[in-house]
Design a protein around this ligand. Sequence first.
Ligand code: NAP
Length: 297
Amino acid sequence: MAQATIIDGKAVAAGIRQQVAEEVAQFVAERGSPPGLATVLVGDDPASQIYVAGKHRASEEVGIASVGRELPSDTSQEELLAVVGELNADPAVHGIIVQLPLPAHLDGARATSAVDPVKDVDGLTPTNAGLLVQGRDGLRPATPSGVMELLRTYDTPLEGAHAVVVGRSDLVGKPVSFLLLAQNATVTICHSRTRDLAEVCRSADVLVAAVGRPRLVTGEMVREGATVIDVGMNRTDEGLMGDVDFEAAAAKARAITPVPGGVGPMTIAMLLRNTLQAARAAPLEQPSAGAGPVRSG
Ligand code: NAP
C-alpha cells in the first residue's frame, strides 16, 4: 500500500502551460508577433511523428507559432545542416528542435550542435551544456528542468542532501546532475559500470532514475523517506512502465513520481517555457534596410 505523496506531474505541467500562455499573450502585446518554435523531422519514424505533432499542438495551445520542416529519410547531412542554418537565420523562429533519433546515416550530435545556441530550446548544444556545467545562465534541457520543477513544487530539501542519479546521458542524467549540484545537493552519478548500485541508491535522499530499464530500481534500493523521481519511459507488454518498481518504492518513499503522469508531462511544458525564454532574449527586429528616414548630403 503506497504511503508516499504521489507527485502529480500532469497538474504541475498544466500550471506551467497556463502561465506560459499568459506570458506569451503579454509578449505578443509588446512585440507584435508570437514566439516561434521550429521542428525538424527526418524520415517517417511513427514515434517521432507523434512527438513532433504533440509539440506543435502544445505550442498552438499557448499561442506559440510552430513551423514544421519534414525531410525525407534519404536527406543528406549537408541538406539537414542547410535546413538548420535557414532556421538559425529566420528571425520569426526563436526555438529549434532537431527531433531525435535521426536515420542511421545522419550524425545526430552534429545536427543538434549546428543549432544556434540562442535557439537551442533542447539545451543540447555544447555551448548550453558548458554553461550549465559552469552554473551560468543558458537554455536547459527540458526533461531535467522538469525534474527540478517537480522537486521544487513538492518542497524537496536539496541543500546538502545526497542526490543519486542513475544514468549519465547527455539528454537526462548529466544535465539533471548539474542542476542538482547547482542547488547544493551532493550528487552521485551512477551508470552501467557502477559497483553495488543498490547500496549507492539506498544512501540517496533524492533518487533520480533515468536508465530505460523497466523496474531496475527495486523497493530495497530506496531509503525510507527518500524522494524518488522516475524519468524512465519503457514500453512493455504490461504497458508504459518506469525504471522504478512503483508500488515497492512508494511504500518507503516520502514522495514519488508515477509513470505515466510524473516527469513525462513536464517535458513539453518546459520546452514551451524555454521557447518563451529564447524569444524574450532575442533582439528586437530592426526595420529592414532602407525603411528608415532618408538622409542626404
Ligand atoms: P540512455 O541515453 O540510453 O542512457 C541510459 C543510461 O542508463 C546510461 O548512462 C547507462 O549507462 C545507464 N544504464 C543502463 N543500464 C544500467 C544499469 N543496469 N545500471 C545502471 N545504469 C544503467 O537513455 P536516456 O535518453 O537518458 O533516457 C533514459 C530513460 O528516460 C528512457 O527510459 C527514456 O525513454 C526516458 N526519457 C523520458 C523522458 C520524459 O519526457 N519523461 C525524456 C527523455 C528520456 P552507460 O552510460 O554506462 O551505458
